[in-house]
Write a protein that binds this ligand. Structure first.
Ligand code: HEC
Ligand code: HEC
Ligand code: HEC
Ligand code: HEC
Ligand code: HEC
Length: 664
């Protein structure tokens, strides 16, 4: 009885939490007799012809149904709109609101309004939907993620668990050891599936041998939730790890402990703050738990051999294309400063390990399964997938050492184990066979920790939350007078929320890959690091989440007269004087230190047409902190009546057409 009441108390908050609304809309997909559920950030989708809408739905005709609510800021009339390729219906508070593409005025209540939206694609052409609203207070926009919510149910929770399990199965490389002839070939299907672990290259020159032994024994003790399991677990594990470490470091010169120049450390500390390393990593001398779950770096001094840490920072993906640590395009000097900071602050405790025998290690490396992940060697000795899937919470999925037997140990939470079990109960091979970029983006925004540096859907980035820690790191350097034109540390990093509708896919791909030479916001001290491996699918997927494909419609043939007006409107002589803040090509802004803007010559390459207009009509609506002025009033008119009778959209379009002629 007592236990029962205790349980009721413990479980009560959980039960209500499950019914609490969460951000985004719940969506159900159907195709033939197949159905699938997920949560969408926006009321939007883009599914290219011949591709599936979700990994569990076949390509071709499908239906989608979004449910949830839209939170209106006030009670009043809103203009709802939709753009779509297929059959679309939107109802609000139980009343039909939109049928097909178009716009309609609808009364909304203050607070949540129930929405149901249905879409049908015949599967023959690219399918898309984009829907949103406008009001007297703000111009036409997609429904913002912060205004959308849904309440979950068990079927949705199950579909989300299935997705989580699938991502874990692929990232943790379960199929490297548990094989099945039906599994997709490597390099096909879900992108994270079948990726090799880091190449074993010059390990002896990079890593301390005692560290390597301890890593093999228990990777999670250095990197919580490591993708690599502790493979060795018998009574000889310590000796076997030492043998493997001896084999992997064979031929390397005796250990050279890293020498760090303490004089460079303060500059490195400032870089650690200014480049946003703090968003993903704890400081090397940090103690206790970390509320943000950042990766520890306390072991760098005992791990890396002299010079190797700097080389790693210069190219973290050198031996592992799928690495999550991004590429910062550091200079040699910056890499030396960062390495000096990390090595001087990290504890210098000496690790101990048994002496190993390289020959024994060579005999073990294939048998232990190391090469299944690290070199893509086919599994031979481990049980096949079908057997493992039927076993339930045993072996690698057992909670604790008791039921594990000789199976590897991953650092998994209970929820992760449950998710893996859910996925293993499903048709694993079919689940891995296909993927959709929109879901790839959802998964990898999280896996790559983009929110370490960027605000997203109303949530504040770790970097922003760490302002105080950053100030302390910078304060190790002597204070410096700010020189105009030099970047500053506290300028805001752009939010990720609207990037999928803002940036053209081609430019975004190059930018996320770290291949764009120019830094758009020269006034910002941080840089966007490169995620080369993930960039193309991330950019494609972010666009899809907002209902956009990779190709924007061609612009109409430019009209020279309009272009001339556009050029005038940009300038100070009878124009809006945009050039006070914005460089335009080689021409520098005239009063730039007020509120610098991005070089407008980049606009044509960067910005989708719809977003260009949305931004100009009301910059504050998109970024409440921006200093860019609003030129249009609530009726879409500007103060310059000389052109297009003062109609803002026509004037802004003329500016855009002029900017299109400036492609850099
Ligand atoms: C390095 C190879 C390797 C990898 C990778 C691996 N396993 Fe295993 N797994 C094993 C071995 C070895 C056993 C134990 C077989 C035995 O005891 O005979 C096992 C056992 C299991 C069992 C119990 C099977 C049974 O019949 O009792 C399950 C379930 C399992 N693994 C699931 C997984 C999952 C899920 C993953 C990915 C998160 C995974 N494994 C990754 C090697 C591996
Ligand atoms: C977006 C998150 C992110 C940012 C930002 C980031 N890192 Fe990392 N870093 C990682 C991840 C994840 C790893 C683990 C290896 C991997 O998955 O590629 C890592 C690994 C490392 C390692 C190796 C750790 C080890 O165990 O030896 C060092 C050193 C490091 N990062 C330093 C830095 C520095 C310095 C910066 C800033 C210039 C930085 N990182 C910025 C995510 C990040
Ligand atoms: C299930 C796949 C898997 C197995 C099995 C596996 N590893 Fe790994 N290993 C990884 C992954 C993934 C990483 C990257 C670490 C991370 O991000 O957590 C890694 C990292 C490493 C590293 C660090 C490499 C670097 O350049 O940073 C070494 C060394 C290593 N593994 C050795 C081994 C040895 C030795 C074995 C066999 C005892 C083994 N691994 C078994 C997946 C695996
Ligand atoms: C270490 C911090 C950091 C991380 C991690 C990071 N970014 Fe960025 N990102 C930036 C900074 C700083 C900028 C602004 C650069 C500039 O304009 O000069 C930026 C800009 C961008 C832009 C261009 C925005 C615009 O309006 O020009 C996109 C798109 C973007 N990031 C996407 C991503 C994605 C996707 C991820 C995760 C895979 C990510 N970022 C992770 C720091 C980061
Ligand atoms: C008072 C300074 C100021 C003036 C004047 C100004 N802007 Fe801006 N503009 C900004 C700032 C600040 C941003 C946001 C930069 C960021 O995203 O970090 C911006 C952003 C933009 C962007 C998005 C650029 C991109 O590539 O992401 C466009 C387009 C733009 N402005 C056009 C204009 C036009 C056209 C005018 C004149 C009608 C104008 N601006 C006037 C400050 C200004």
């Amino acid at each position: 009885m007592k236990l029962r009441s205790l349980l009721t108390i413990l479980l009560a908050p959980l039960a209500t939490a499950a019914a609490e609304p969460a951000q985004g809309l719940s969506v159900t997909f159907e195709s033939g007799d197949r159905a699938d559920r997920r949560v969408d950030r926006l009321l939007a989708l883009h599914v290219p012809a011949g591709q599936p809408a979700t990994p569990w739905i076949p390509a071709g005709a499908f239906k989608a149904r979004w449910e949830g609510s839209i939170d209106a800021p006030v009670r009043g009339v809103f203009s709802l709109w939709a753009e779509t390729s297929g059959k679309f219906r939107l109802s609000v508070n139980g009343q039909p609101a939109l049928e097909g593409a178009g716009t309609k005025s609808v009364q909304l209540n203050k607070g949540p309004n129930a929405v149901v939206a249905e879409f049908e694609s015949d599967g023959k052409a690219d399918a898309f939907v984009r829907a949103g609203w406008a009001s007297k207070d703000f111009p036409r926009e997609a429904f913002p993620p912060t205004a959308l919510s849904h309440t979950g149910d068990e079927a949705l929770a199950k579909a989300l668990r299935l997705r989580e399990g699938r991502a874990l199965f692929a990232n943790l490389n379960c199929a490297a050891c548990h094989q099945d002839a039906k599994l997709p070939a490597k390099g096909t299907g879900m992108p994270e599936y079948g990726q090799n672990a880091p190449l074993f290259a010059e390990l002896g020159a990079k890593f301390d041998r005692a560290w390597l032994t301890r890593w093999i024994l228990d990777p999670a003790s250095f990197r919580p939730h490591s993708l690599m399991p502790a493979v060795l677990n018998g009574p000889d594990a310590e000796q076997q790890a030492a043998d493997l470490a001896a084999m992997l470091t064979q031929g390397a010169a005796p250990n050279a402990t890293p020498a760090a120049d303490p004089a460079l450390a303060p500059a490195g500390a400032a870089l650690f703050a200014n480049l946003g390393c703090v968003g993903c990593h704890r400081q090397p001398d940090a103690k206790g738990d970390d509320a943000l779950g950042r990766l520890p770096l306390a072991h760098v001094r005992v791990k890396w051999r002299d010079g190797a840490l700097k080389d790693y920072l210069l190219d973290p993906a050198k031996n592992w294309p799928a690495a999550r640590m991004p590429h910062f395009r550091l200079t040699e000097e910056e890499a030396s400063q960062l390495a000096a900071y990390l090595l001087t602050k990290a504890p210098a405790a000496k690790l101990t390990a048994k002496e190993g025998d390289a020959a024994r290690g060579a005999g073990l490396i294939a048998a232990a399964g190391c090469l299944n992940c690290h070199a893509g060697m086919p599994a031979t000795t481990q049980p096949p997938l079908a057997k493992v899937a039927a076993a339930g919470a045993k072996g690698c999925l057992s909670d604790g050492a008791a039921g594990r037997g000789r199976a590897p140990a991953y650092d998994l939470s209970g929820a992760e184990r449950a998710a893996l079990l859910e996925f293993m109960k499903s048709d694993v091979a079919a689940g891995l066979a296909a993927d959709v970029p929109a879901e790839f983006a959802t998964r990898n925004l999280r896996a790559l920790n983009c929110a370490g540096c960027h605000n997203l859907d109303g949530r504040v980035s770790s970097w922003k939350k760490l302002d105080e820690e950053c100030r302390q790191l910078r304060s190790l350097l002597p204070p410096k007078e700010h020189v105009e034109g030099e970047p500053v540390p506290d300028a805001p990093v752009p939010a990720l929320t609207w990037q999928g509708e803002k940036l053209r896919t081609a430019w975004m791909t190059e930018f996320i890959a770290g291949r764009v030479e120019d830094k758009p916001r020269w006034w910002l001290i941080g840089v966007m690091p490169g995620f080369t491996h993930h960039a193309p699918t991330l950019a494609l997927g972010l666009g899809q989440q907002h209902g956009f494909g990779p190709k924007d419609p061609e612009d109409p043939k430019p009209d020279p007269a309009r272009i001339a007006v556009g050029e005038k409107l940009l300038g100070m002589d009878g124009g809006f004087n945009c050039i006070t803040c914005h460089d335009v090509g080689e021409k520098e802004a005239t009063a730039v230190f007020e509120a610098p803007g991005i070089n407008l010559a980049l606009s044509a390459e960067r910005l989708r047409k719809g977003h260009f207009h949305r931004w100009l009509l009301n910059p504050n609506r998109l970024d409440p902190e921006t200093k860019m002025p609003k030129y249009a009033d609530g009726d879409g008119m500007t103060q310059l009546t000389e052109h297009f009778n003062g109609k803002a959209e026509d004037q802004f379009e003329a500016i855009r057409e002029y900017l299109n002629t400036l492609k850099k």
